[in-house]
Design a protein around this ligand. Sequence first.
Ligand code: AMP
Length: 395
Amino acid sequence: MKTVQDFDFKNKKALIRVDFNVPLDEQFQVTDSTRIEAAKPTIDAILAQGGSVILMSHLGRPKGVEAKYSLQHIVHITSEILGVPVQFASNCVGEVAQEAAQNLLAGSVLILENLRFHPEEEAGDVAFAKELASLGDIYVNDAFGTAHRAHASTTIIAQFFPEHKCFGLLLAKEIESLNKVLKNSEKPVTAVLGGSKVSSKITVIENILDKVDHMIIGGGMTFTFVKALGGKIGNSICEDDKQDLALEILRLAKEKGVQIHLPVDVVAADAFANDAQTQVVDVNSIPDGWQGLDAGPKSLDLFKEVIMESKTILWNGPLGVFELENFANGTITLGNYIAEATAKGAFSLVGGGDSVAAVKQFGLEHKVSYVSTGGGAMLEMLEGRVLPGIAAILE
Ligand code: AMP
């Protein structure tokens, strides 16, 4: 696996695909710069060698050229984070880009305008990719968040750098961390899968049944399993058409020797609202009119035992409706157990938009081993798929 450490960038132009798809407020100020900070080590490494850096990214989902999605908005903060001046080209291809790239001096950084102002980007257009490719000497992919897309700048472009393409340090770290869970994992391996629906996680569950010793299932997904097993789930969220699938997962798990742990009790509410009335009930006997919105104390004790004896932990999806304060306890408590196990030497990987948000919100970000930056991309890797952006570098 080649990374920026395997190339000499002196007097070379590195063309780096980054994921600078950051949130902006109404004044176009960046409200969370995590993704820019995450790309800094790769950029620093290249600048330190005497190379120059051309950054390309998308921002939002523009329909053609839309000023509000201009990457111009992030030039200033990128310069602050990198500690060097940052230039901007108002188009990612054409004369403007060519000229800016040609005049770029060693040690300088240039950001190209939003790739998605051109429909050719998402279409994976070869001619467009070739034009982008002409701007740099070495192609670096450091955008995990879009590695599952065969877009011009994430995948198609790599063919124009047969000997001069590599992973950035962030993407390399993502791959290495996922491999620590999926391939070279220390046992026992535990996956915690939460979130609202079985249907969105089913391929992940099927794929990782071959890799884990324990699987904790929580969140809204719980109730499809509980109902399929004959429990009374009241008004809890449930995918009725996925009940057979739930039973099939349980059968497969048994066959493969994977222990499945479902909640035994839940915090039930009489409405989907933070100020609803609540009671802790057995997961199999939720009264009519009540819905399970968080894991109960007995469940958390059981999960704790499993987490504490695990050497590798993967966490995707909250254990309850953590956005509502009164139903966040399960997710916070689980996060703390994972942090504790990590402090004792376990490797823990947290990924997926909601679990990442939860980990950050509850201050656990630095207490787990790795927080993945790519939601969809991570799920696809967990599903066992080869991501096109990764394959294009390896080919
Ligand atoms: P997902 O996008 O599938 O990972 O699901 C994340 C969402 O699941 C979060 O917004 C949670 O609020 C929601 N969720 C977790 N537990 C429950 C539950 N018991 N009932 C309804 N929604 C839930």
